[in-house]
Design a protein around this ligand. Sequence first.
Ligand SMILES: *Cc1c(COP(=O)(O)O)cnc(C)c1O
Length: 398
Amino acid sequence: MNKQEVINLDNQNYLQVFSRNQIVLDHGEGPYVYDIEGKKYIDFLAGIAVNVLGHNHDKLVEAISSQAKKLIHCSNLYYTEPQACLAATLTKLSGLDRAFVGNSGAEANEGALKLARKYGKTIADNKVEVIAANNSFHGRTLTTLTATGQPKYQKGYEPLPGGFKHIPFNDIKALEEAISDRTCAVFLEPIQGEGGVNMPDENYLKEVRALCDKYQALLILDEIQTGMGRTGTMFAFEQYGIVPDVVTLAKGLAGGVPIGAFIASQKVADAFSFGDHGSTFGGNPLACSAANAVFKAIEEENLVDNARQMGDYLNAKLNELKEKYPNIITEVRGKGLLAAAELTCAGSGIVTKCLEKGAIINCTAVNKLRFVPPLNINKNHIDEVIDILDDVLASEEI
Ligand SMILES: *Cc1c(COP(=O)(O)O)cnc(C)c1O
């Protein structure tokens, strides 16, 4: 099929919920993707922070292919080695005790929230409230869009599940006023990704942790975007001197194969008994072997260190653009390879122009350009994107 045939066929048949860029992607190699007409793009969106090893990574491809020949799926009525190994890796790296594997980020959060409700009820029947933050993003199921502190994702889906409260992110006073003995969990992204790469102050999460402890509320961290080494440590929480009670992962966890996971301390996990949660596909050997390969590659290729070093370089380069175009870029922020440049204008035009010139970036929260490239990029790849962005910004200025 040619490009237009694919676009027409999709437009006629796919549910119309995505306003797509007008290209048809065909294959990828490292940090590059190629469209169906053979045009090459440097990919600094990486499937929205998913392709942490880039495209066509040999170890990931090999793990998936060899597992596919053995066993793709068998249900959770049986043990498999890939699932047991993945659970052991997740508990070891997080410092927590019990992992559950599902199929997406929303599902991981849904499981974490179900666990928090059960746990709250072991303390008091009315300990059911969840406090989340404005401008957060936690997924698209009814409960996770209710936790998501952005009305645009909730509009039209009322009645929403009850028991959720929202407070401004990075405002400890607001949490102090909202939290009570009825709170079963405080649910936060350590750095808000989709909301615009919003950073917490140095001590915010420590103060949140202390308030949670005071009220016997769980601290659930959504590291679906910040996890897997992206911010320069395996989990972002490591850089804020705290440990959550529950943490969720998805996006980069299996390098592009659908997966999600939540990991809890023993004390919290004890609130679940046999039959209290489950999944048909979740934790299948194919997805788990992909995740195991991702963890192995991250370790063997020092990708957490690379994310930190390349993140510093990307930040410096974006700041140079900010100096050069002060009328367009007002702020550069982020940690590791989760970075944003805040603009004085909407970002969609710039994203489209970058795409035409062969760079895939993304705009979130209207005016924040977001950069979430694979973790194995080098300085040349960053220079390539920065040069294209420089050209585009120069044309915007006139
Ligand atoms: C992407 C994302 C989700 C939702 O993940 P899905 O796999 O799309 O359900 C939840 N939380 C955060 C922080 C995310 O970035």
